[in-house]
Design a binder for this molecule. Structure first.
Ligand code: GRF
Length: 184
């Protein structure tokens, strides 16, 4: 697959993907990195000489996806909703990493620290991360991979975030590998 990775923030999931690619953990190429703002994570693309762009709107996003002949999109901490015309054009070819065990703690308003604060408040004993297909409904697409982590001993929401992020860095690349195997 010819992958574009979309980010909005620190890009640690992008960094983990690039490392996994370097280690030969999946075959697909990452040809394009796009952010909706001047995200810190763009530097990881620069370090690997992958073209990076900050786009102003969805039309620009589509232009870049077509220009780079992208056939698979990975949302790695991308905080803007993907408009329906792009979801339709790339049906079943957009995945997202979510920092919780969907369907719990998913949907509108559930992103980043807000998720972990809610999990902490509810005193859940486990949390985890989910890779799922992106559809028109936020966080409702079919789940590809999900992995749990024990959080029964945590003292803060930040600790949950740190443990879940480690899981994210593993399952996003594993999900790409799984999709590649299923495509064979
Ligand atoms: C991660 O927690 C991801 O699950 C969420 O946004 C965060 C992105 O982190 N969607 P990073 O930009 O990959 O470091």
């Amino acid at each position: 697959m010819n992958i574009a990775v979309l980010i909005s923030g620190t890009g640690t999931n992008l960094k983990a993907l690039l490392k996994a690619k370097k280690n030969g953990e999946f075959d697909s190429s990452i040809s394009l990195i796009v952010a909706n703002r001047n995200a810190e994570g763009l530097k990881y693309g620069d370090e690997e000489n992958i073209d990076t762009f900050v786009i102003k709107n969805s039309e620009e996003l589509l232009e870049k996806l077509e220009e780079y002949k992208i056939d698979f999109i990975v949302l790695a901490g991308y905080l803007k909703p993907i408009p329906d015309f792009i979801v339709k054009k790339y049906k079943n070819r957009i995945i997202n990493i979510h920092p919780a065990l969907l369907p719990k703690y998913g949907g509108k308003g559930y992103y980043g620290m807000r998720v972990h604060e809610e999990v902490f408040k509810n005193k859940d004993g486990i949390s985890g991360a989910t890779v799922h297909y992106v559809t028109e409904e936020i966080d409702k697409g079919d789940i590809i991979l999900q992995r749990e982590v024990d959080i029964s001993d945590v003292k803060s929401a930040q600790e949950i975030k740190d443990r879940v992020l480690e899981i994210e860095h593993k399952i996003l690349k594993d999900a790409i590998k799984k999709i590649e195997v299923n495509m064979k």
